[in-house]
Structures are given as structure tokens and as C-alpha cells.
Design a protein around this ligand. Sequence first.
Ligand SMILES: [Zn+2]
Length: 147
Amino acid sequence: MTCKDCGKNMSYLEHRESMDSLGIELCKRHTKLIKKIILDNNTPLEAIQLYYALKEAGAHPMLEWWDGTKSIDIAISRVKLNIEIDVEQQTITHQQAINDLEDAMRSFKNGFTTLRIPAIAVQHYLKDTVSNILGIIDGLKANLKVI
Ligand SMILES: [Zn+2]
């Protein structure tokens, strides 16, 4: 059993603790670090799970990346892709809906693409979610070359 972040060997207890609280295999140090990130940013657990899945797939994601005005759940900086996890889709207010659209417009103007992923997609189809994001990264890379 090794930590998904640093590759350090971990004890059974460390493994069980991180799996119970985060659902990801992390050593004591990284479990603590991720828990602090969640507390500081109100990061959805799905963002953490997607972050490590993307990291494993070689996408070089960044967790809670500060774009100058707000913290982005996951950013893939080399293709300027911002990924936000939508947690409560049913309970979205009209104000939130238009704010999201304005955020997307603002980042698009700065050359960033914002991708909103429902938390349920990560919960049920993590592998498919990752492969679709990898496809989007490839597409963005191709577009960057053209420009
Ligand atoms: Zn670790």
C-alpha cells in the first residue's frame, strides 16, 4: 500500500483512515494536507478524487488553483483548462446559474476554458470522466497549436 501522492509506503491503519475519510489511498501527512485544503476551500470530495485520478493519468492537474479572483477546484494550466465540480445541481439558484455563466465568460476571455462536471459523474463514472477530460485536453492542445 503506497500513498497516491508521494508513493510512500503506509501502514494498514493509515490506509484505512484515508480510505474511510477521503476514499483515496494517502499517507498520514497527505491525508492531513488534503483535509486542510478541503477545510480552507470547501473543496468537494469528488474534486479530490478526480484530481488524483487525473494525476495518475499523467494530466498534471493542480488542486485549488488561485486564478486571481477565485480558487478553481482543478486546473490543467498548460492547456488553460479549469475544472469545477458541481455538487448540488438540483438546488442551484438562478443567481448561482448566472454567476457561473459570467465566471465562464470571464475566464474564456482570458483564454481559459471552464468545464463544469457534476459530482455524480465522478462518483459513478470516474474512469469515463477522466478519459473524457483527457480527450478535451488533447483537443485544447491541438487548438493551441493552430493559434
Ligand atoms: Zn503521501
